[in-house]
Design a protein around this ligand. Structure first.
Ligand code: ADP
Length: 304
């Protein structure tokens, strides 16, 4: 069982021959709305990967709220802790041109109102094997949930994105940090010359276990028990890697929850390889949240 504390927003995507310059208007040629937000994406990823998953978050009181709630519920995510707060839902305005160059403005809306959690949220955290959080909601809520998780023995998995330096009160309760290489450098405060090995060691100064994702090259893993792993991702024809990181992270939380927190090298390797299969399965399909793979798809790619 996984509980996600995080963001949900609606991506409003316009395609156009070219992107407008300031003050310019261009005629677009297509429009779509796609549910997104790292929190919601990872909750959907976990549910599709086969976990019971609850989502703690906020939508606004506007026409987008129902669509966001329905997209989580349709994936089987428990939305009883998704609250509705006055004001707009989170949105991302995205323009994409013919060369796939984009221009994005995110308005966090309701996500920014998730500053403190309540007793029923605490019960959801305590009932879970894994708490999965990101940094697209106020860090106070993440710290509060992670503190409850630590007390209850729920494993805390933090996908520290968007990256920022992390306060000690959060670092102290994180069990597993999941980041890409750029985010890892920001969090560790490392300079460019440090290299991947140095980066992994720098992360272990902060948290007991760390995973760094490397796109098609798979992942690196390090922990304070002395384990150092490099796990490849299945080779796929990548079409759109948007949300691959969310697919990976959601699946890793599921693998961790099912194994009760892997300890030995073989179990950790299996969990990482399975999560890589989820990321790769997402990358070979167009779209973001709509490309998140099911458990069968992950298992199939994992077995190849
Ligand atoms: P982010 O988008 O957060 O930077 P990555 O690009 O590192 O995340 O992708 C996360 C995971 O998804 C990778 O570790 C890998 O397992 C999988 N993945 C991403 N892109 C590819 C690809 N082109 N081929 C195979 N696997 C991929």
């Amino acid at each position: 069982r996984v509980v996600v504390v995080g963001s949900t927003n609606l991506d409003l995507v316009v395609t156009a021959p070219s992107l407008p310059r300031p003050g310019e208007t261009v005629l677009g040629n297509g429009f779509s709305t796609v549910p997104g937000g790292k929190g919601a994406n990872q909750a959907v990823a976990a549910a599709r990967a086969g976990a019971r998953c609850a989502f703690v978050g906020a939508v606004g009181q506007d026409g987008f709220a129902d669509q966001l709630r329905a997209s989580l519920a349709d994936a089987g995510v428990d939305v009883r802790r998704l609250r509705s707060v006055p004001g707009p839902s989170g949105v991302a305005l995205i323009a994409v041109d013919a060369a796939a160059e984009n221009l994005i403005v995110v308005a966090p809306g309701a996500n920014g109102e998730l500053t403190s959690l309540a007793d029923p949220d605490r019960a959801a955290v305590e009932a879970a094997d894994v708490l999965l959080a990101q940094l697209e909601v106020p860090i106070e809520a993440v710290i509060q949930a992670a503190g409850w998780a630590r007390t209850a023995g729920t494993t805390v998995v933090l996908n520290a994105a968007p990256a920022r330096r992390l306060p000690a009160e959060l670092l102290d309760v994180v069990d597993l940090l999941v980041v890409n290489q750029v985010e890892a450098a920001v969090i560790a405060g490392a300079d460019d010359g440090v290299g991947l090995d140095g980066l992994m060691e720098a992360l272990l100064d902060l948290v007991p276990r760390a995973v760094v994702t490397l796109g098609a090259r798979g992942v690196r893993y390090a922990d304070r028990l002395g384990l150092r792993l490099s796990v490849p991702s299945p080779t796929v024809e990548a079409v759109d890697t948007t949300a691959a990181g969310d697919a990976f992270t959601g699946a890793l939380a599921v693998a961790w929850a099912e194994r009760g927190g892997p300890v030995d090298a073989a179990a950790v390797t299996a969990a990482l390889a399975w999560a890589c299969a989820a990321g790769a399965a997402c990358a070979r399909r167009p779209g973001a949240s709509t490309a998140l793979p099911t458990r069968d798809e992950i298992d199939e790619l994992f077995a190849q």
